[in-house]
Design a protein around this ligand. Sequence first.
Ligand code: BGC
Length: 492
Amino acid sequence: MKSTNTYNKNLVVIIAAVAATGELLFGFDTGVISGAIPFFQQDFRLTNSMVENITTAGLVGAVIGAMFTGRLSDIFGRKKTILSAAIIFVFGAAWSGWAPNPQVLIAARLFIGLAIGISSFSVPLYIAEISPSKMRGRLVSLFQLLITIGILVSYLSDLAFANNEVLSSWRPMFYAGIIPGLILLIGMIFLPETPRWLMSKGREGESRKILQRIEDPTLVEDSIRRMKNEIEKDKKKAGFKEIFRPWLRTALIIAVGIMFIQQFVGINTVIYYSPKIFMIVGFEGARAGIWGAVSVGVVNVLFTILSLFMIDKLGRRKLYFVGLSGIVFSLIALGLVFAFHTVLGDFGKWMAIAFVWIYIAFFAISLGPLGWLIISEVFPLRVRGIGSSIGSLSNWLFNGVVAFTFFKIVKLFTAPGTGIITHERMYDEVTHTFVTHTVDNGNPAGAFWFYAFIGILGLVWGYYFLPETKDVPLEKIEEHWRKGGKSRELKA
Ligand code: BGC
């Protein structure tokens, strides 16, 4: 008995570690582009708008991946779906690092984006279905933590390869993604399929065998009974149309709305473009810019950990209003720093980085985890799968729109004569030396104020629509919608 228990624990730890690699990869492969941008932009001599295209390609891939994963993982199983994501991660990383021109880089990023979308859906599902019941509760919050750790790891790896004298530094940054991809691939080969999926295919014997290896022996039969029950209920699951019924409209508005606000306060302009932003405000060279990003990544992880302790104590609404107010404040301040950068001189760049830290800290305790938590809470069981996938699809879609438009918005809102001029070293192929070019970057002040304005709209929206779901049983939330109750009147 004793040895079985030790074996159980080890297996569960291995499962958790391998599956966590899948979530880390999701963070890693969205973050890795930030440190690569300054290098491939110079290497391929790209305009900012081409940089946006390459960044957005990954997000378009993620939307497509997320769209089809639900079906694929039902047909082929969770394990095979994650295995295919791992293969795409490995080949996508190799292809991105190898890309001989920007067009191929776009295709490679689109390809790896598929894996990001697939894993963002199937890895949490795999973990939820295979972990022993008592571990399940903490999963949603851990999901956000693993994304932020993945982003930080990508920044650190970018930093390790960033050499201001070597324009092709971006290649090893992308190649680095092969390693976690291989860990996921090899690990996943040895991990079992989930008992829940096997059961849904009528393979009860195999399902029981796996359960005996991972679940507390006294709970195995209980789990089997519960799974059978759930599968029965699933058969009665609603179709796509049900989610658009009038009584579910509020839940849908909440899920899409929170993701809209989460993305349109510009979080990923910071996550993807911060080295560039820091270079524009006066940090010299890509390495210095990437150091700035690393500090942002550290603040992001630390405050996400803090949020794990606060979310169930303070409740969703309080955290939302405190967090979003902090976000609006720091965006306005950041805009001011850029607007007055000539007056502030060298001090300006330190103020800019400080306000980005404040911004990311407020995001990490509020909108970051709240978005994912709320979409998993507001829908009744029958439509929870479809509902939360609409939520995460909107997340990727809005993310893509923001990444695609950042530099365009910067340009649009730059008053004549206020553009920030930087001197960038570029490699001259004729003389084989570095020459200095003068670049007008526009001024991001207006863009940050634009995101602040959306944040203010978000405060008003939140007052009317954000429900307090803390301590409210999920069934009660459903009852509230059925009665036509207002979102802000939901109470435990
Ligand atoms: C968002 C991502 C973002 C990340 C930053 C997540 O909640 O959905 O778009 O990159 O937080 O930590």
